[in-house]
Design a protein around this ligand. Structure first.
Ligand code: GLC
Length: 552
């Protein structure tokens, strides 16, 4: 409470240095490159093998120099870490493993001083089972008013021995766990769309709304620039919690509305939160992690009076194929354009196989995919370590794994640890510079060859390639939110477009093609490019010749 009060007093904390350009500043989020930090795995200052806020603070200059506009921090709140911190026990406290509230405040201030915005993760679909409300709900037994803030139900079957409905957890197994009454007899069940340690809130309850409005204000008062909203599509459940009537529900995720995902009622919550965000000088933004069935349904989350951005999971799930990419880009631009929201683009995050590995073409294809993404209109997300060209770590021993879905059958693939292996900062050392000692997940041999230290200053390195691309993207008026995208005719397997004076071509096939768009000056290529033909798995940016009437 004292800490809360202290933060509230500091509501007038310094805003980003880049605020000098007012117009641009107000629209900063429309074309920002936002860098995702997974705090456990970024940098460990205290040597406990786990990344922390002081570690992140010390690396902020690296992020500023990389050329990103904002940092999104995955959860650092008090948590038993049943799901890497996405199980929050106290929304206003920092887990001691990550540091303290003053550390978080210093991080926000220092980021602002470097011109970086800070977005924090908000987890409103569920709390930890160690959250005070849930503990009291269990302790007080059936009939406790605290139980109404979650979804407690009697079981089905003669003795209540069957779950209240047939919903499956995203992490595998039933979405319900049975409780024990205070006297030790089997009691009611509670709903958890994710792990049993993550009970779902009941968003029909006014106390839940009040609490999250207050949590938003708590972090806005510390000066954060926005929120990434976890499972934004899940908060509202269909009235009566009806059966799905089918097994294999995971296969349906993201393909249609489900009784627990993408219910229309969620939008009222975001309209309410938008009013809170708009009370603050800013703008302060909301970003939806919404796995909706279509780009059109995703766009509903970013209507003018709701959130600002939504992750583009349709793009993330698209194969490295010119036709499919073009369709995904068109659909995204059309559906988001219709509601006046910027498109966003993302290739990697802490839940999916790193794109160097996922796209199946190694580093060469990963760099190409990145350069394509950074040429698209709107905002882009970069996940820590992709600027080093890190691959997915596939050979983690089972005993090292921590992803909760790994321990439950038939859920999400359970292999999310391989993209969470701590970052190599130095070539040598016990954890390649991640910290003074070891790391919570084993880093593969040779990880140091991909380190920041080794890549810095090497013009061929992936790190310098990202720096160059981000610098160009920031400096070129036609990139980011700049000029509209116009497709150019191109052979099969090639994607080519113009944005004002910028021309981008992507050869998505492994073989070279004897084709190039209109000649111009090469600005950047994702692989060695000599002109004359477009090499396989390569993206090139050109500045079009002025004679072509592009205004270049
Ligand atoms: C989101 C997070 C993921 C987490 C889940 C449950 O999808 O990105 O890491 O496991 O929500 O909170």
């Amino acid at each position: 409470m004292t800490q809360h009060a202290e933060s509230a007093l500091r509501a007038d904390r310094p805003q980003p240095a880049s605020a000098d350009d007012h117009a641009r500043s107000a629209d900063w989020w429309r074309d920002a490159v936002i860098y995702q930090v997974y705090p456990r795995s970024f940098a460990d200052a205290d040597g406990d093998g786990m990344g922390d806020l002081p570690g992140i603070r010390a690396r902020l200059p690296y992020l500023a120099e990389l050329g990103v506009d904002a940092v999104w921090l995955s959860p650092f709140y008090a948590s038993p870490q049943a799901d890497g911190g996405y199980d929050v026990a106290d929304y206003r406290a920092i887990d001691p493993m990550f540091g303290s509230l003053p550390d978080a405040e210093a991080l926000v201030d220092e980021a602002h001083a470097l011109g970086l915005r800070v977005i924090v993760d908000l987890v409103p679909n569920h709390s930890s089972d160690r959250h005070e409300w849930f503990r009291r709900a269990l302790r007080e037994g059936p009939g406790s008013p605290l139980r109404d803030r979650y979804h407690f139900r009697a079981g089905r079957g003669e003795h209540g021995e069957l779950p209240p409905n047939d919903w499956e957890s995203i992490f595998g197994g039933p979405a319900w766990t049975r409780t024990e009454d205070p006297d030790g007899t089997p009691g009611e069940w509670y709903l958890h769309l994710f792990a049993p340690e993550q009970p779902d809130f009941n968003w029909q309850h006014p106390a839940v709304h009040d609490e999250f409005r207050s949590v938003l204000r708590f972090w806005l008062d510390t000066g954060v620039d926005g929120f990434r909203i976890d499972v934004a599509h899940g908060l509202v459940k269909a009235e009566g919690l009806p059966d799905m009537g089918s097994a294999g529900q995971l296969q349906l995720l993201g393909t249609q509305q489900l009784p627990f995902f993408d219910q229309d009622g969620v939008h009222e919550i975001y309209r309410d939160w938008r009013r809170v965000l708009d009370e603050y000088p800013g703008p302060r933004i909301g970003v939806a992690e919404a796995w909706a069935p279509s780009p059109e349904r995703t766009a509903l989350y970013v209507r003018a009076d709701e959130l600002h951005q939504a992750f583009n999971f349709h793009y993330l799930s698209t194969d490295w194929d010119a036709g499919q990419l073009r369709a995904a880009i068109d659909e995204s631009l059309t559906s988001l354009g219709a509601v006046g929201a910027p498109a966003t683009w993302v290739l990697s995050n802490h839940d999916v196989v790193r794109h160097r590995t996922r796209l199946g073409g190694g580093l060469r294809r990963a760099r190409a995919a990145t350069l394509l993404m950074l040429a698209l209109p709107g905002s882009a997300y970069v996940y820590q370590g992709e600027e080093l060209g890190l691959p997915e770590v596939l050979e983690l021993p089972d005993e090292a794994r921590q992803d909760p879905s790994f321990f439950r059958d038939n859920g999400q693939d359970g292999l999310r640890d391989g993209c969470r292996v701590p970052i190599p900062w130095e070539e040598h050392g016990p954890s390649y510079g991640f910290g003074p000692d070891g790391s919570w997940l084993p880093q593969p041999d040779g990880w140091g060859a991909l380190s920041v230290a080794v890549q810095t200053g090497d013009p061929e390195s992936t790190l310098e390639f990202y720096r160059a691309a981000l610098r160009l993207r920031r400096d070129h008026d036609d990139l980011g939110a700049g000029a509209p995208l116009e497709w150019l005719d191109a052979p099969d397997g090639v994607l080519a477009f113009r944005r004002g004076g910028l021309v981008c071509a992507a050869n998505t096939r492994a073989e070279p093609v004897a084709w190039e768009p209109a000649r111009g000056r090469v600005l950047l290529a994702s692989a060695p490019y000599a002109g004359g033909e477009l090499p396989g798995d390569t993206v090139v940016w050109w500045q079009a010749e002025a004679t072509e009437g592009t205004g270049a």
